[in-house]
Ligand binder design. Structure first.
Ligand SMILES: N[C@@H](CCC(=O)N[C@@H](CS)C(=O)NCC(=O)O)C(=O)O
Length: 215
């Protein structure tokens, strides 16, 4: 059995962060498909009792450990392997700052926006979509400005902060209805830099479940 197992599905940018990290560090890993859409697997009592009481993916299994929250998983893998690890206390705190901000305000809004637009039945209420879009635009502009003066989020080299922040950004523009890279040139260049790392793969090639079977 591979060293790591990752509960995930192809449409999850939250899980992509962990899957991408595993691939980039050359880990021996396998995905475990979670039937999020049709089966509603994360909402079942069984999943919550046996896999993750928070009812979410990603979940990383490593030996007897079961880790959830992508920020925790990224931290664990970078601490274990030394790869993509922020160096020293200042960098560690800075990475944590960007990861928390990302979880709440960048991919924390992009994920639900894309879900409500593509997968929810009925689709998202226009007022909700408009609220989310305004927040997304403002926060992508903050990220774009940050990346206009440095190649990666913390500076010269990629860290777990980059792997967190790219979560949903490689999904097709037509799933969002707007072109993130087209509207934010520094983000587009940064995504290309990450894409050039050995082991990079698109979320639809890295995790099972594309195309999705909806309920
Ligand atoms: N902050 C969490 C977010 C995880 C998350 O929301 N995952 C989604 C799938 S993309 C999920 O499982 N949602 C189920 C739910 O919220 O009920 C992380 O980064 O791991």
């Amino acid at each position: 059995m591979p060293e790591y197992q990752l509960y995930c599905f192809a449409q999850s940018g939250n899980a992509y962060r962990a899957a991408l990290m595993l691939n980039l560090i050359g880990a021996d890993w396998q995905p475990i498909y979670v039937d999020f859409f049709k089966g509603g697997e994360t909402r079942t009592p069984k999943y919550r009792a046996e896999v993750n009481e928070l009812g979410e993916v990603p979940v990383l299994v490593h030996g007897t450990r079961k880790l959830t929250q992508s920020g925790v998983i990224l931290t664990y893998l970078s601490d274990r392997t030394g790869q993509f690890r922020p160096d020293g206390e200042d960098e560690r705190l800075e990475a944590l700052r960007w990861i928390i901000w990302d979880n709440q305000k960048v991919n924390g809004f992009l994920g639900p926006y894309r879900f409500l637009r593509n997968f929810a039945r009925p689709p998202g209420d226009p007022a909700v979509m408009a609220f989310l879009k305004t927040r997304i635009d403002g926060n992508l502009a903050i990220l774009d400005k940050r990346l206009s003066s440095r190649p990666f989020v913390l500076g010269a080299r990629p860290t777990i902060a980059d792997l967190s922040l790219c979560a949903y950004l490689y999904y097709p523009a037509d799933e969002f209805g707007f072109d993130i890279g087209g509207e934010h040139k520094s983000i587009a260049a940064w995504l290309e830099r990450l894409k050039a790392l050995p082991g990079w793969k698109h979320p639809y090639d890295l995790m099972p479940g594309y195309p999705p079977v909806l309920a």
